[in-house]
Design a protein. Structure first.
Length: 253
């Protein structure tokens, strides 16, 4: 029984981990488009300005401004072949290359991060959160905020456009692995109970109810096994967090 407990505890732990990992992703197709797991695509190409930046004079900290083009690299003074250029009174700094990466934030927005531009000893890159908004072809980002990580400055802004919305893909044919698993799992479970009860009734001659259920004693134990699993998972997360997240935030809970 001890080993059954351990393996159930471990499976629950694995399921929690799998749940964390199976977050939505958007796989890069090219500089400014990406594809969701279900085949839908987000493509900023129609919002692009061609050889000149589509959005100019986006405000930043300390009266800097930014020019941004979603897809096609442009040249502006000292910014060569960039997709984002930081402009101050007397200088320009490249702030993003076409080497983009894509991610999906917790609200389901695609986030496009332009490649790092190096100038002197600092690096700059621009990160745009794409907000699906069917009412506009594209509105200029209000402002870029700045985060500094060592010698890297990251400028972040938000872009509202209908071209930030996922299009295409199959909503019907594209069953996720999770739903396929469920579709297979439940009939199997049902079959297991029906066959189990039949075997117990006619094979073993059992007639009273709880004992008719196949592996009755195991199922009766399930609530305890689940409790073990939850405790095990909780302990693991606590140990992992104690190492990584520092004490301060969690100590009060
Ligand atoms: C949006 O883009 C479409 C196609 O390019 C164009 O026909 C339409 O006039 C644009 N709408 C606005 C509000 O600019
Ligand atoms: C595909 O997934 C994305 C992201 O979860 C979603 O926005 C989109 O509506 C989905 N497409 C279809 C056709 O279901």
């Amino acid at each position: 029984m001890a080993s059954a407990r351990t393996s159930l505890a471990v499976s629950i732990f694995m399921m929690v981990i799998a749940g964390c990992i199976s977050e939505e992703t958007c796989e890069r197709v090219d500089t400014c488009s990406c594809k969701f797991k279900n085949g839908s695509i987000v493509n900023l190409k129609p919002a692009d300005g061609g050889d000149s930046p589509k959005y100019t004079g986006i405000s930043g900290a300390q009266s800097r401004t930014f020019d941004w083009n979603p897809c096609t690299p442009f040249d502006f003074e000292a910014c060569k072949q960039v997709l984002s250029c930081q402009i101050t009174n007397d200088a320009q700094y490249p702030a993003g290359t076409k080497e983009t990466t894509f991610s999906v934030d917790s609200e389901g927005n695609v986030v496009i991060t332009y490649g790092k531009s190096t100038s002197g000893s600092s690096e700059r890159q621009t990160k745009i959160t794409l907000k699906c908004d069917h009412t506009t072809n594209g509105t200029k980002p209000k402002s870029f905020t700045e985060d500094k990580v060592g010698s890297l400055s990251i400028y972040s802004g938000m872009f509202h456009s209908k071209y930030c919305c996922a299009t295409g893909g199959s909503s019907s044919g594209g069953l996720s692995p999770g739903s396929i698993l469920l579709i297979i799992f439940f009939p199997l479970l049902l079959m297991y109970f029906i066959i189990g009860i039949l075997v117990n009734r006619y094979g073993r001659g059992i007639e009273s109810m709880p004992e008719l259920i196949p592996n009755y004693s195991f199922w009766a134990d399930i609530p305890f096994l689940v409790k073990d699993g939850v405790v095990f998972t909780y302990d693991r997360i606590k140990t992992t967090c104690a190492g990584k997240c520092g004490k301060s935030g969690y100590a009060e809970i």
